[in-house]
Design a protein around this ligand. Sequence first.
Ligand code: SF4
Length: 383
Amino acid sequence: MRAPTDLDTRLKLLIALAADDHDGRAERRPPRLRHIGEGGALQPFNFREVRLGTSNAYTSLLRVLMTNACSFNCHYCPMRRDREMPRTLLKPGELVRVFLAAHRRGWCQGLFITTGIPGRPAHVMDDLIQVLELLRFKHGFRGYVHVKAVPGAERAQLEQLTQLASRVSLNLETPCGQTLAQIAPEKNLFIVGATPDSDRAILGRVSELYGRRGIHHTHFSAFRPIRDTPLEAVPETPVARERRLYQADYLLRRYGFAPDEVVFDDRGNLPLGLDPKVAWALTHPERFPVEVRTASRQELLRVPGIGPGTARRIVTERPATVPRDLRDLRRLGVVTTRAAGFLTIGGRRFADVRWAEQMKFWGPDEDVGRYHAVYEVSPGTFR
Ligand code: SF4
């Protein structure tokens, strides 16, 4: 298949590969581009709003692949070596020119670069570093740049990239080397659902990496079968599983849960029908109800429907304004539809938690006769 040569066509191809990579958040585009989506999946522009750290500030990023060529043959990936498709690349100078043009027009504030790995990973890393050096030193761009480092990068290159980029991330395909060999035989180290790895194994690996301060936070991508790949016939993973993993990860990072407190079903997976915090609460009836007027911040944090900010607010405000009913709790930020059954206010209960009834969601998922969707684009490339 002949590779396209003109910049416009190459750009369309490389940016379009991220077009279907949605993370569930509504996209906001500059007003001039509001009809761009009507061009179909191969639209040339791909912008995404992302949150900066833990703040509420958002920035819009131009998301682009530096190249869709790759020497690896990962079984789940649309860019795998053995797949027939047009391959192309942007040179570092071209990528910088395209981004700065979009930035000048006000279409985006930052850049997200990811790439295939044609040839030696060290060469690809050199190109990524060159993009950053051009942006930072030649053009004085000080804004947000997120780069996906490639496996096989040299340590010095990773250090250099980390100094130049605002954020550096790395894809981990599976939690263990044995299952990785099934889907990416040439790699030596999360695509959720592409292998039989359980949520327990995935979260175990994540906690280990947090413990070693190896990562700041994790993104999960539910597996999607890609057309014309060896895993095309494997059923896609329900997006709910990805969501449950994010929720459990949040419990570990923000709610002070220990890894062995997360509740799994008998297959080692998070129950799809229950939020992980509710699952924990249902298995610990001895810890409930929690009395809002006297509970500590940590005790409140264990209640479904109460987050870290709300728990802090309750403890800070209750000496001056004693909460009397669910309306007072809602004003403080409590999601009372979820929390009511786990709380008392001045000894008064508000709802009954039907423990046994909720447990029935823990049965095996019904997937008989499920439609088998096949996709052109994998998820998570640009997260
Ligand atoms: S997952 Fe990465 S390394 Fe593997 S084939 Fe795709 S682009 Fe190449």
